[in-house]
Design a protein around this ligand. Structure first.
Ligand SMILES: Nc1ncnc2c1ncn2[C@@H]1O[C@H](COP(=O)(O)OP(=O)(O)OP(=O)(O)O)[C@@H](O)[C@H]1O
Length: 225
């Protein structure tokens, strides 16, 4: 279980963007996170992905509290969660061929030997043809690059996926394809999902339940309803 308990977080301790928010993603559960622009959904998603240290509150993974964030998080906890962001170009090193981009987490965790085979499998899974694996980000479309970013997020077989507006800039058929990839992965592995979106319809179809983050109110902060 991935548990966020009484999280207060933001970019200025005097004015947090989320305050005292609790959210749980059960094993195998898909939870949608909705809310108006700027209310702190991405901030909360980054806390859930161990990429942003909250000012207060706890994140507990399978009963173990998280004590370090980003590169200071223990590897076992860091690799338990895969993340896909809205804008693939901001999360992809422009110098890397797509094959190396997908393999990044494998290399970073000392699993270089299995990288080539795993990248081939992942490319098939997300629908990237072998010729695209040789290209760099500026030589592929946004949808193709997002497929590579999803493959990268799946490369270490995470037990949870955090998808922050993963499909917001994609057309309907690419959206359906990527949601299908995530759902097949979850069926095979029992992974849980936290999916941030503005699209209530998409979350309604995709997730077991959806929670709404309300806008931050000074002194009260954002909360779930
Ligand atoms: N790195 C940052 N430094 C300072 N303020 C930030 C930073 N990132 C986000 N914010 C601010 O925090 C607030 C919440 O942003 P966040 O991106 O979490 O909201 P959101 O609900 O995901 O918005 P959207 O739906 O528009 O993506 C916003 O007011 C935003 O301007």
């Amino acid at each position: 279980m991935l548990e966020l308990s009484r999280i207060t977080a933001g970019y200025d301790r005097r004015a947090p963007v989320v305050r005292d928010v609790s959210l749980t993603v059960g094993d195998g559960e898909a939870v949608g996170l909705l809310g108006p622009s700027g209310c702190g959904k991405s901030t909360l998603a980054r806390v859930a992905a161990l990429l942003h240290r909250p000012d207060a509150g706890t994140v507990v993974i399978d009963g173990t509290p998280v004590r370090g964030w980003r590169h200071r998080a223990p590897r076992e906890q860091r690799t338990a969660i895969g993340v896909v962001f809205q804008q693939p170009r901001l999360s992809a090193d422009p110098r890397l061929r797509l094959a190396d981009l997908v393999a990044e987490p494998l290399r970073a965790t000392g699993r270089k030997a299995e990288a080539a085979e795993r990248v081939r499998d992942l490319a098939r899974t997300v629908g990237l043809s072998p010729d695209l694996l040789d290209r760099r980000p500026h030589e592929v479309s946004d949808g193709q690059l997002q497929r590579a970013c999803l493959a990268r997020a799946l490369s270490l077989r995470p037990r949870w996926l955090v998808c922050d507006e993963m499909t917001a800039m994609l057309d309907a058929s690419t959206t359906a394809a990527l949601v299908g990839v995530v759902e097949r992965y979850r069926e095979e592995t029992g992974a849980g999902l936290l999916s941030v979106s503005h699209d209530r319809t998409l979350l309604g179809r995709w997730c077991d339940r959806t929670v709404t983050l309300s806008p931050s109110v000074p002194r009260r902060g954002a909360g779930l309803c």
